[in-house]
Design a protein around this ligand. Structure first.
Ligand code: ADP
Ligand code: MG
Length: 263
């Protein structure tokens, strides 16, 4: 065997062994791309530490992409609503800077609550979803519920013992988003289960609530129970950010345009 063939044959064997080692360490992307990375360095030689760095970098980047994909899927967040697709010019009552600050997620790190209030169509759900995405990108666990879905889950779990309840996603993720609070009043049972959730999460994790109702209307949402409403609001508002969105409905925008065109 000539020196040249020996030279091309042996790295092949070594490569398989190296790939196996990478796999044993759980570095599957590095293993998968090892050959391509090596070919690239053969074509364009780089310092050994740069080669190692780029192999590890690829692993980290791909893992991060996979983590975000999986977290988005399990969060239940609807797709397509991001901060970059939000038209801030359409809704001047929303300060872009404030939303961008919320997008850094320091409020989630500090277990604060975010309340998005406003009439239908002003972008509450869109912003809630976009901030949920940001939270996932920043490494937080997130779950998204419409209020009726959340209440159904809470009712299903009404008799679950506390130790198991703690492991429920609505209790143990960093951010729970509850969309559409206030459209339907809650029953007494629902209101008290909702109180249990808010109390449990208080100081432990964040809640993001969207609602079409003002604070004054909360007793009405909560089965007319003033005492319960006060207890819930007390916890929700203690460390909170409240955004009042005033403005036109984005849903009606096209209708308005059509009507303007006719007149
Ligand atoms: P709300 O929850 O306040 O009723 P949504 O967030 O569901 O309103 O908004 C209704 C629809 O309009 C959604 O499809 C949303 O993506 C879109 N939308 C609302 N506001 C904006 C905006 N400022 N820029 C882009 N899309 C918007
Ligand atoms: Mg909505």
């Amino acid at each position: 065997m000539s020196a040249a063939t020996k030279h091309t044959a042996s790295p092949k064997v070594d490569l398989d062994a190296t790939r196996d080692r990478l796999l044993r360490l759980g570095l599957e992307f590095a293993a998968e791309h090892l050959e391509a990375q090596i070919s690239a360095t053969v074509k364009e030689p780089v310092a050994p530490h740069r080669f190692l760095d780029s192999v590890l970098d690829e692993e980290i980047e791909r893992r991060e992409e996979r983590r975000i994909r999986t977290a988005l899927r399990t969060s239940g967040l609807p797709s397509g609503m991001t901060l970059s697709t939000f038209d801030f010019a359409f809704q001047p009552s929303i300060e872009r800077g404030r939303i961008e600050t919320l997008g850094t997620c320091s409020w989630i790190r500090e277990h604060h609550t975010l309340l998005l209030q406003g009439p239908p169509g002003v972008g509450k759900t869109h912003l809630a979803v976009a901030l949920g995405r940001k939270a996932i990108e920043n490494g937080f666990s997130v779950v998204f519920f419409r209020l009726d879905e959340l209440l159904a889950a809470l009712k299903r779990d009404a008799d679950v013992p506390p130790a198991r309840l703690r492991r429920r996603r609505y209790n143990n993720v960093a951010l729970v988003i509850v969309d559409e609070v206030g459209f339907e009043p809650m029953s007494r049972l629902e209101a008290s289960l909702f109180f249990r959730l808010v109390s449990y999460r208080y100081g432990r994790g964040s809640l993001l609530i969207t609602t079409n109702k003002g604070i004054r209307d909360w007793p009405e949402i909560l089965a007319g129970d003033e005492v319960l409403a006060t207890a819930i609001l007390d916890r929700l508002l203690h460390r909170s950010h409240v955004l009042n969105i005033k403005g036109r409905s984005y849903r009606l925008r096209d209708l308005e345009r059509a009507m303007e065109a006719q007149s």
